[in-house]
Design a protein around this ligand. Sequence first.
Ligand code: A2P
Length: 316
Amino acid sequence: MNKHDYRDGDSIDGIGLGTWKSDPGEVERAVEVALEAGYRHIDCAAIYRNEAEIGHALARVFAGGSIRREDVHITSKLWNNAHLPADVEPALKRTLADLRLDYLDLYLMHWPVAFRSGLEGFPQQESDFLSPEQAPISATWEAMLAARDQGLVRHVGVSNFSIHKLQQLAASGAELPEMNQVELHPYLQQDALLQWCREHDILVTAYSPLGSSDRPDTMKADDEPALLDNALIAEIAEKHAATPAQILIAWALARDTIVIPKSTHAGRLRQNLASADIVLDDADMQRIATLDQHYRYIGGNVFRTPGGMYGNIFED
Ligand code: A2P
């Protein structure tokens, strides 16, 4: 498995199991099958509302004795309703309790957007948000660094951060995140962001690498392009005797990003992990580069407030 190194030399596997949209009733089995199949990297988040079920699976697997806690890299994410510095550690401890762990390998700030402390569900009105002045990302970030100093997490990073947001953190004088997890696939290649992160020694994880077609309909545009049905990807898949999903994962690995395809089906879980053996050549990469259309499946519309408090979070 290809690995990526953090600044301190710890490493993370290039392919991890995504768990967003994994039904609580299915995710336990998926995590167990994934670990049996060789996954050593599981990507979680409090807002996926399935960490307790994942915790059951992890506890069972570790109790089995053949896979140890320290063999698996486990990520989780701080939800937007716990950005105030005093809320960070309690939120993290809740995630640790749910996952039945005493430390995380990686904790990410899920979005550069703050909700009212403890808000359940998604904001319905402007007053459900905290403004960037009330909850500056630099203050949340300091609290995450403190959690790392305390040993509750090994590494800290962010998610959905634009170059501009990363520059804001840099300007605050704080240590830069070790990871930025963002939407990345052939329709949204984000070369400039990738380059910036590379230059600043920030690892990048690609989410929704398969086009995230199992999102709820309310999150989908009517005319959204189906990445797994793309004709060029299908053609390249045929050339490598692989599936389109495997080409998308191999493409992410070839760009030196970490990638977290989600599946709850044993056959696909295994198929996705086996993508590590597919080597795309320069011609394949050049052809896939032409597919970029700056298309976001995860548009972040939910964070657009009438008063424009957060502007366009992916640019500003
Ligand atoms: P399932 O969980 O039923 O296997 P993303 O990782 O971009 O969010 O995409 C997840 C979607 O892709 C899910 O609908 C998942 O379905 C599907 N998927 C995962 N792996 C494969 C695969 N190898 N081939 C086809 N679809 C896949």
